[in-house]
Design a protein around this ligand. Structure first.
Ligand SMILES: O=CC(=O)O
Length: 355
């Protein structure tokens, strides 16, 4: 009997690696190219599946896993995040779980630097001057719309960048900032439950970045108080929920900039809106927002005057480059194939800690 693989998401040309195998019955959400997979379709089609391919928008919880049945061998997500998957349950059923770290590191790091620049220069406000035809009335005086600077200069050599979470993406951001922006001081707070490997990598970095003079692990209050630019690169889930809350934001500098490329749930949106409005921090660049995509509900973004000018929001596109998405798709397919074939995935999660 053919093994069934259910694909909820668009895999581009990599899909053919699945469909070319005549020992597989590949069931693809028919509108995957431009529409997210409805849960009802997933629940109906997942029955009897050996493999399941999802993106972070599909929750693979008890209901889905039970609907799949006991033959489920592999779940492969086209994302580095995995807070949409019920890992303890998958682990208890010996289902392998594949994800796509590493291949997206550079694209997301690029996006984090972009957001830091956009938020510090308040491009929401400045571009709207042009698009709303307000430029003619704008009085160009030397300090009008001047902003905190990301790169260091001879006359302003001290810039501390902070990281909440210090895994691969954070380290790639730091590499960019030390090489391209002259940043020499960095602090970080490892995310809760960070594997020891992260700390070892952080130590190694000192040797790899000659411009980096100081790299310190600090506690949360110090991270808040000392960061000129703070990059949130922690995963979602209960352990990180609202780590950036009102008391954290109140400790930050009025010239500091917050960037979130991790998960929206790490930052309390209501507190962030207040922080922007009342000027506790300078600006925010967000690739992810709590309760996305309904960001208006919490007033972080759109309508609210005094917030929207200081906050750039992008709809969760950190890894969205042609090159990276193609490689993520390839890896996602290889992972699910290995899983249903009973081989070790190319990049599988070590489920040991969820067992
Ligand atoms: O958020 C995107 C991802 O987890 O890859």
């Amino acid at each position: 009997m053919k093994k069934k693989i259910v694909v909820c998401t668009d895999l581009g040309p990599a899909l053919s690696l699945l469909t070319l195998r005549d020992d597989l019955d590949v069931v693809v959400w028919p509108h995957a190219v431009d529409t997210e997979c409805p849960r009802a379709w997933l629940l109906e089609n997942v029955q009897g599946a050996s493999g399941l391919v999802v993106c972070f928008k599909e929750r693979v919880d008890g209901e889905v896993i039970k609907a799949a049945g006991s033959g489920l061998r592999a779940v492969s997500t086209i994302s580095v995040g995995y807070d949409h998957l019920d890992l303890p349950l998958l682990a208890s059923r010996n289902v392998q779980v594949g994800y796509t770290p590493d291949v997206l590191t550079d694209a997301v790091a690029d996006s984090a630097v972009m957001l830091a620049l956009m938020a510090s220069r308040r491009t929401n406000l400045t571009t709207s001057l042009v698009t709303s035809n307000a430029w003619p009335a704008f009085q160009w005086t030397p300090f009008a719309l001047s902003a905190p600077q990301l790169s260091t200069t001879l006359f302003s050599p001290k810039r501390t960048v902070g990281f909440l979470g210090f895994g691969r993406i954070a380290q790639a951001v730091l590499r960019r900032l030390t090489l391209g922006f002259g940043v020499s001081d960095a602090i970080y707070t490892p995310r809760p439950e960070a594997p020891p490997q992260v700390m070892r990598d952080a130590e190694l970095l000192r040797g790899l970045m000659p411009n980096l003079h100081s790299l310190r692990a600090v506690d949360m209050p110090t991270l808040a108080a000392d960061s000129d630019f703070l990059f949130v690169l922690a995963p979602g889930g209960e352990a990180t929920r609202h780590l950036i809350d009102e008391s954290f934001l109140r400790r930050m500098k009025p010239t500091s900039v917050l960037v979130n490329n991790g998960r929206g749930s790490v930052v309390d949106s209501t507190a962030l809106a207040k922080a922007l409005k009342e000027g506790w921090i300078w600006g925010a660049g967000l690739d992810v927002v709590e309760e996305e995509p309904h960001v208006g509900v919490k007033h972080v973004l759109p309508a609210e005057q005094g917030v929207r000018e200081k906050c750039v929001v992008v709809p969760h596109l950190g890894s969205a480059t042609h090159e990276t998405r193609a490689e993520m798709a390839r890896l996602t397919v290889v992972n699910v194939l290995r899983g249903v074939d009973g081989e070790q995935m190319e990049s599988g999660l070590d489920l040991g800690r969820w067992q």
